[in-house]
Design a protein around this ligand. Structure first.
Ligand code: ADP
Length: 366
């Protein structure tokens, strides 16, 4: 009979509530006891009422809730060892043997660090007199399982992160709304979507909405992109298109890493092509609202698998993350996936775009 904690951390994503629901209920169905850690790592560091035992009915209706009802936070204290020592002390106090964390790469990196440090944190609790040797005996090993919750679909090793399809759906719906007015007035719209390092949302929204031009960080446009974009847009107009849609990921840049902004693109379309052009920054509507069916399914299947992974784990098993690869729910070593993700982002920062794309290709062919 294990006590299993579940928390949501980092940027919120649709489907996180669904994860909590699945973990709570699968934990109970497995004869164990679920706990929710409120406000991400802040709740672990603060302890007390921030870590609550959950009952079956506590998560009723959470399948369709947006955001995360147990809260999320960015927690500076957890970045320091002193904060992690408090977190460890609180977990021992509540008797929690395993943690299931749904978050982005930052949250999962923190989780793996915490697990790696765990034996030394236990020693420090004993040597500082906070806990007796007897009290920590049961907690010599911390079991951690990660679930990737992110609207950006930016983690290597999984085909989809929890939340990305809901966000994509929201973007497409918003562009459909904008298209109606764009068509009526023959306007151009430059739409900024989220994605600092990863252009998946921009790319897929472009494909799904018939955009004229897309800017994403992984594949910067050619040096004469201004001419290229204007000529493509003009060609589409000459063919009878009444509206123009250009999508810019928030992290878009040129080959020299100069930022490409929606306003720059708007000025070009207005001045060079002569189009009545507006900018729409979709902002946080991309994050909110109920999860789409795919995210509900993904969150539920992965939440169940996470509890199974906790129950299967031995002290030797590396912390897993639960992924989906070619429609199968699989476990992968958490650190490998994070290392690969950082490698791709690092290659973009080093302007080695070919290596970045090779990294992405390798990820898809895995
Ligand atoms: P995301 O999980 O969405 O990538 P962040 O990068 O903001 O979001 O990370 C969320 C939280 O995870 C941080 O506020 C911090 O508490 C914790 N965290 C992130 N990186 C580390 C790290 N290297 N060591 C310890 N904790 C970390």
């Amino acid at each position: 009979n294990k006590n299993i904690g579940v928390m949501t951390s980092g940027g919120d994503a649709p489907g996180m509530c669904c994860v909590v629901r699945a973990v709570v209920r699968q934990t109970i169905a497995s004869g164990c006891t679920p706990f929710a850690v409120y406000e991400g790592y802040q709740g672990l560091v603060d302890g007390g009422d921030m870590i609550k035992q959950m009952a079956w009915e506590d998560v009723r209706g959470w399948v369709s809730e947006g955001g995360t009802l147990i809260g999320t936070a960015r927690c500076k204290a957890f970045m320091e060892r002193a904060g992690r020592l408090n977190a460890a002390n609180n977990l021992v106090e509540k008797g929690i043997d395993a943690l299931i964390i749904c978050g982005g790469d930052g949250s999962l990196t923190g989780a793996d660090k915490f697990r790696g440090e765990w034996p030394s944190l236990m020693n420090e609790l004993v040597s500082s007199g906070k806990r007796t040797e007897e009290a920590v005996k049961r907690f010599r090993h911390l079991n951690i399982v990660g679930l990737v919750g992110s609207i950006d679909n930016d983690l290597s090793g999984t085909d989809a992160t929890i939340g990305c399809y809901s966000s994509l759906q929201r973007i497409c719906q918003s562009i459909d709304f904008i298209d109606a007015t764009a068509f009526s007035h023959q306007r151009a719209f430059v739409i900024e979507v989220m994605g600092r390092h990863c252009g998946w949302l921009a790319l897929m929204a472009g494909v799904s909405c018939g955009a004229d031009f897309i800017f994403i960080p992984e594949n910067p446009p050619s040096e004469n992109w201004e001419d290229e974009m204007c000529s493509i847009v003009s060609k589409h107009r000459a063919m009878g298109k009444r509206k123009t849609t250009v999508i810019v990921a928030e992290g878009a840049h040129d080959m020299k890493l100069n930022k490409i902004t929606a306003v720059m693109v708007k000025d070009l379309l207005a001045q060079r092509v002569g189009l009545d052009t507006r900018v729409t920054t979709l902002g946080h509507v991309q994050r909110g609202g109920p999860p789409c069916a795919y995210d509900r399914m993904l969150a539920t299947l992965q939440g169940v698998e996470a509890v199974k992974a906790v129950l299967d784990a031995t002290p030797e098993t590396p912390s897993p993350i639960i992924c989906i690869v070619e429609n199968k729910i699989v476990r992968k070593p958490m650190l490998d996936a994070i290392a690969k993700t950082n490698e791709v982002a690092g290659n973009i920062e080093k302007m080695d775009f070919e290596a970045a794309m090779r990294g992405r290709d390798a990820e898809f062919s895995e």
